[in-house]
Design a protein around this ligand. Structure first.
Ligand code: GLA
Length: 404
């Protein structure tokens, strides 16, 4: 359970909108966190290691089962209401359903997995900026999966919830992402980062002490729409790099190759496949260095891994932007910054800086003024803490709602 004091206004907002919209008995409210990925950029769909941290922001859903086969979805942030009969939720999304494709995709796979037939009604809201690289879509998916699991008492575990979200995103919505975001949200543990092996689907929780390091999210103010970007193109390029490298030596996934393999491929691995492969292979070393840094309390090493990761995503993977470069360069100029890099897929959205606790104000002021100077617009900032995994929210009597 998320303790009462952390119930946000968003949780209350989804509950009251639900009552206004659907009436009747109070809904149940569930939460799933967004995430930042410390290091391991674009490694998940290449079978590599990633190191995300769930944050104390995310998505809240107020939900209730219906007696019939109808799904009714509302969002606090988007005006379009979506009502669909369960039989009309097919194998791939209907573009007319827009934002609601994410929860509908989760229902589609929940239904396949558990045989559940009932429709449901749900209001969604969140306090993680949409399309900024903090994985709002995975948080929607995991919160929906959590709600369906609890409302049906289906008994699925956290990794199952993550897989429902992953299938919704890749098969139903059609983004060829890896498993990181949904696992980061579903498996989150307070005070820990998640070291996830995306080839084996195994994980380890690695302690992250917020007394030693804080995560400053720096929003470039340029939204990033994944479907419109070159994300799927990068996935395809990595597939091609893997196909070429397999002519040299057979390995299970692109992340399992070595710099020596890339050299041996010679001219067969031409641009841009060489650069894409080089990013993936070198990023694996940076994840291992970052984990060693975390485990030994060497935050400097963790920060260096972030800086080098940003450089590699910019030069070899080509997913940075002038805004992301400017904002991370500005952060690195500040005392008290261990390292900075873009987060999420790149192409706009947010970057993160790992900072010494207590330094936020000076760092923000410097980054803001440099970013204005170079880019000519304002940056947004948020200090995030590592957060809890999916949970049900209960309201206390003072909120005018029943307790647990
Ligand atoms: C997006 C995808 C993730 C991952 C990152 C890049 O957030 O959803 O699966 O590939 O980009 O690391």
């Amino acid at each position: 359970m998320k303790p009462d004091e952390t119930i946000t206004t968003v949780a209350r907002a989804v509950a009251s909108r639900f009552t206004a919209e659907f009436g009747g008995e109070d809904p149940r409210v569930f939460f799933a966190p967004g995430r930042v990925n410390l290091v391991g950029a674009h490694l998940d769909y290449n079978g590599g290691l990633v190191l995300p941290v769930a944050v104390d922001r995310g998505v809240y859903v107020a939900a209730r089962l219906r007696g019939d086969r109808c799904i009714r979805l509302r969002s606090i942030d988007v005006p379009e209401a979506v009502d669909v009969a369960t039989v009309d939720v097919r194998d791939v999304r209907d573009l007319a359903h827009g934002w609601a494709s994410y929860p509908l995709g989760v229902w589609r796979y929940f239904h396949e997995r558990t045989g559940a037939e009932h429709g449901f009604e749900m209001v969604i809201g969140g306090d993680v900026p949409i399309a900024s690289g903090l994985s709002s879509s995975a948080a929607v998916e995991v919160a929906t999966a959590k709600a369906l699991n609890e409302l049906h008492s289906a008994g699925l575990g956290p990794a199952d919830l993550a897989m429902l979200g992953y299938m919704a995103e890749t098969r139903y919505v059609g983004l060829r992402c890896g498993i990181m975001d949904q696992f980061a949200s579903a498996l989150a543990r307070d005070g820990h980062a998640l070291l996830l092996d995306c080839h084996e689907s195994t994980w380890e929780h690695v302690p992250l002490d917020s007394a030693t390091v804080e995560i400053l999210v720096m929003n470039t103010g340029v939204p990033r729409a994944l479907g419109d970007t070159k994300f799927n193109q990068r996935v395809a390029e990595c597939g091609e790099a893997l196909r070429i490298l397999r002519q040299v030596v057979e390995r299970p996934c692109l992340a399992a190759y070595t710099p020596g393999d890339i050299d041996r491929a010679g001219d067969r691995l031409r641009s841009p496949y060489r650069e894409r492969a080089r990013h993936v292979v070198t990023e694996m070393h940076r994840v291992r260095d970052a984990v060693d840094g975390l485990k030994t309390g060497n935050i400097g090493a963790l920060g260096r891994a972030l800086n080098e990761s940003h450089l590699s995503t910019r030069e070899d993977y080509a997913v940075s932007s002038p805004e992301l470069d400017a904002i991370t360069d500005a952060a690195r100029e500040c005392p008290g910054v261990f390292g900075a890099r873009l987060t999420g897929a790149g192409f706009g959205g947010c970057a993160i800086a790992l900072i010494e606790p207590g330094r936020r104000a000076d760092i923000e002021a410097h980054v803001m003024s440099r970013y204005r100077e170079v880019i000519g617009r304002d940056a947004g900032f948020d200090l995030l803490r590592e957060g809890t995994g999916p949970c049900e929210i209960t309201f206390s009597a003072e909120d005018g709602r029943p307790g647990p």
